[in-house]
Design a protein around this ligand. Structure first.
Ligand code: 5GP
Ligand code: ZN
Length: 114
């Protein structure tokens, strides 16, 4: 989608600290980290929110989780623990309308989330 910030990051049109990319996904550091480790994993294909998922997205959504787990493991958080979050729409706290998995680690997480 031409006017989407995360599509532009995926296409390399806006710079980001990319930590992983493959044919389906891109992962990059969050510009305003909420934990010592905070990256966003996105599908290259534009999907606005989890509400917009169809069966055709099953594969890439699974891959987002596997990329997240790989990155968390590489950083040493697998055993200690880490968190994956997807905010959806306004009340869910979603500001960027391109599905993204927040991957956070390096501090004790609270529950319930704010
Ligand atoms: P949301 O609130 O939509 O779940 O999360 C959007 C996230 O994107 C926020 O954590 C915010 O800090 C991050 N973000 C917003 N703009 C940019 C940007 O231009 N570059 C990067 N790397 N992260 C961004
Ligand atoms: Zn997009």
């Amino acid at each position: 989608m031409s006017d989407c910030l995360f599509c532009k990051i995926a296409q390399g049109k806006i710079p980001a600290r990319i930590v992983h990319q493959d044919e389906d996904t891109v992962a990059f550091e969050d510009i305003e980290p909420q934990a010592p480790f905070h990256v966003l994993v996105i599908p290259r294909q534009h999907v606005a929110t989890l509400n917009d998922l169809g069966r055709e997205h099953d594969g890439v959504m699974g891959k987002l989780l596997r990329v997240a787990a790989t990155l968390a493991r590489e950083k040493g958080y697998a055993e200690k623990g880490w968190r994956a979050v997807v905010n959806t729409n306004r009340e869910g706290g979603q500001l960027v309308l391109h599905v993204h998995l927040h991957v956070l680690g390096g501090r004790q997480m609270g529950w319930p989330p704010g």
